[in-house]
Design a binder for this molecule. Structure first.
Ligand SMILES: Nc1ncnc2c1ncn2[C@@H]1O[C@H](COP(=O)(O)OP(=O)(O)OP(=O)(O)O)[C@@H](O)[C@H]1O
Ligand SMILES: [Mg+2]
Length: 590
């Protein structure tokens, strides 16, 4: 069954100026090394919702959006890839990334692929979401990968979101609307600029003529659920990552292997594991190891990445909202910006998605990650069936997750506070004060990063006038600040811990250094929902300037930027936005 891993034989192209240049870099490792659904047509024309019983992928042709119009591309990512900016508005590039791959030059292929995956919610296996009640009809319902390329020595997979129906569409339209595409497009590049691992944004095109209906909120509605159907333009955003393998995908193959659903089930699980190692963990896993050894190292590496991912999310105020196993990338980066949100008010229970439940709330994300890690290990455990010692070691990794998560969280809080070590008493009092006041999470930590002498400057982040707050709150804030200042003064920090200089010498820091270190971990600008709403609303009437302005601001989230930018974007959430559907909470994201 195992096919030869494809070699990185693509040509080297310094600057990619045309789709012809890009085609020269094509190198399809997934299609060439993994198994295609044996029931699928090879031309990818079969878009019916159906069960897919085996194979790692289904060949699928995307369905183009009619009359595509350029909305935005990521200049930064283009530059990292060596792509000429002009390409984003060239006819052949627009065609390709708005879903028409019928004309792509060789060796690019005129067929893309979609993958099946399973779903677990907070550690419970589900098959109910599959229309056939088997799990065989669930997967990329509207995500279609169209290219893999080795660019500057690194392999990238390019995936259209909203690229039309696939066999996993479950009767839905396979489309994404402009609103959700703008959100995901901006969020991915913002997250990258925040220093948090993520899939990246390449491009965003909207159809000038094709629309679909979606439930949504009427203007100013306070309803939890959408109260009307609206007509929205369809769009295709292209996201790019080293792979799109999800924990849920390993689970689909793990479940099949566990239940011996077909003769190749175990081999397919093993192939997928090796493919994951090749795509995401090649630097960390010695190819000479046995497969069972690889599984253990893989799990340890994934645990390290996942715990650091979640502590980073919390550092920047991000709540994924729907952290199911199928939205958890096995490479340990952020994937699927659906009902996500960047918090305004600090609230451990913050959860923008009305359907999400508290288990995916802001400060519960570490526990949700632990459940996904458990499902990751459960999925791989059939590969250790003949190695009881290894099963035990895998279990140890699961048992140790929460301690590693806790350690990463403490490191992160210490860095946000400019301290070399976590101080539980100081943090507990701060958390209580932040909740009681309440405070704006981003503004608070950024103001603190200026090392204020008194609490005056911090009040910019308070959602309540302390004069109207319970007696004693102001004094407690002052006492907290004094205690923090004295810890700061007495602290020496290993500068490598905050990731700024790489210098491992322990040294005393000047106030300027402390402030600079804090500003490097406490962003000034985050992509709050009330900033996104006007941007996608304007985009829906053909004005893309606000999207591009937001993109420019949010791709430099730690920079001070101009006074004008500060006045507009460095603010607490206005009172009229609280409780508003589509702004303070969301139901669906598609
Ligand atoms: N309009 C649609 N047509 C077909 N399938 C859809 C549509 N919207 C969502 N799905 C599928 O439903 C499942 C759950 O949706 P979810 O909101 O997690 O995904 P998504 O945002 O489309 O996906 P992704 O995880 O790929 O970013 C996914 O498998 C997705 O492909
Ligand atoms: Mg998803």
């Amino acid at each position: 069954m195992t096919k030869q891993l494809s070699q990185h034989t693509s040509a080297t192209v310094e600057t990619v100026e045309t789709v012809d240049d890009l085609a020269k870099l094509a190198n399809y490792s997934l299609m060439d090394t993994l198994n295609s659904d044996p029931d699928a047509t090879t031309n990818g024309d079969d878009h019916r919702a159906r069960q897919v019983f085996s194979g790692h992928y289904v060949p699928v042709k995307p369905t183009l959006i009619e009359n595509p119009e350029y909305v935005a591309h990521s200049q930064r990512f283009f530059s990292e890839l060596g792509f000429a900016d002009s390409m984003a508005q060239s006819a052949d590039f627009i065609s390709l990334f708005s879903g028409d791959i019928s004309q792509v030059p060789e060796p690019m292929r005129k067929v893309g692929w979609a993958c099946g995956y399973a779903l677990s919610i907070f550690g419970t296996e589900y098959i109910q979401q599959c229309p056939f009640r088997t799990g065989n009809g669930y997967g990329d319902g509207r995500a279609v990968s169209v290219l893999e390329a080795v660019i500057k020595g690194k392999r990238w997979e390019m995936q259209l979101k909203g690229g039309g129906r696939t066999p996993y569409c479950r009767g839905a339209d396979g489309r994404a609307v402009l609103r959700s595409s703008v959100r995901e497009f901006l969020a991915q590049e913002h997250m990258h600029a925040l220093g948090v691992p993520t899939s990246r944004s390449l491009s965003l095109y909207v159809s000038k003529t094709e629309t679909v209906q979606r439930p949504w909120y009427s203007e100013g509605s306070n309803s939890q659920d959408p109260d009307q159907m609206i007509t929205e333009a369809v769009a295709i955003s292209t996201r790019v990552a080293s792979s799109f393998i999800r924990v849920g995908q390993l689970e689909l193959f793990g479940r099949r292997a566990r239940k011996q659903e077909h003769p190749h089930a175990m081999a397919e699980l093993e192939q997928l594991m090796l493919h994951l190692v090749d795509r995401e963990y090649a630097d960390a896993i010695d190819p000479q190891l046995t497969n069972a050894e690889k599984v253990l190292v893989l799990a340890g590496e994934f645990r390290t990445r996942l715990t650091s991912l979640v502590s980073n999310w919390i550092r920047v105020g991000y709540c994924q909202g729907n952290f199911n196993s199928d939205n958890c990338a096995a490479g340990g980066f952020t994937l699927d910006y659906g009902p996500f949100g960047f918090c305004d008010v600090f609230n451990p229970q913050y959860q923008p998605w009305t359907g999400g439940g508290q288990h995916f709330a802001f400060l519960n994300q570490g526990v949700a990650a632990e459940r996904n890690f458990l499902m990751f290990c459960t999925a791989l455990s059939p590969l250790l069936a003949s190695e009881p010692d290894y099963v035990d070691q895998l279990q140890q990794l699961v048992n140790g997750f929460s301690a590693e998560m806790q350690a990463k969280m403490e490191q992160m809080w210490a860095a946000k506070l400019g301290l070399g070590a976590f101080n539980a008493a100081l943090f507990d009092e701060l958390e209580t004060l932040m909740l009681q006041t309440p405070v704006d999470y981003t503004l608070f930590f950024r103001e603190l990063s200026a090392l204020p002498d008194d609490i005056g400057a911090l009040k910019k982040s308070f959602y309540r006038d302390l004069a109207l707050a319970p007696a004693g709150l102001e004094q407690r804030w002052s006492a907290w600040l004094t205690q923090w200042q004295s810890l700061l003064d007495s602290t020496v920090v290993d500068s490598s811990e905050v990731g700024s200089t790489g210098d491992t010498n322990t040294q005393a820091r000047s106030r300027d250094e402390i402030s600079a270190q804090m500003k490097a971990v406490n962003p000034k600008y985050t992509l709050r929902e009330w900033l996104l709403v006007p941007a996608y609303q304007q985009a829906s009437v053909g004005n893309y300037a606000p999207v591009r302005e937001l993109q420019a601001v949010m791709t430099q989230p730690y920079a001070e930027q101009s006074q004008q930018v500060e006045d507009k974007y460095y603010r607490t959430k206005a009172s009229e936005f609280f409780g508003v559907g589509g702004c303070s909470h969301l139901s669906c994201s598609s």
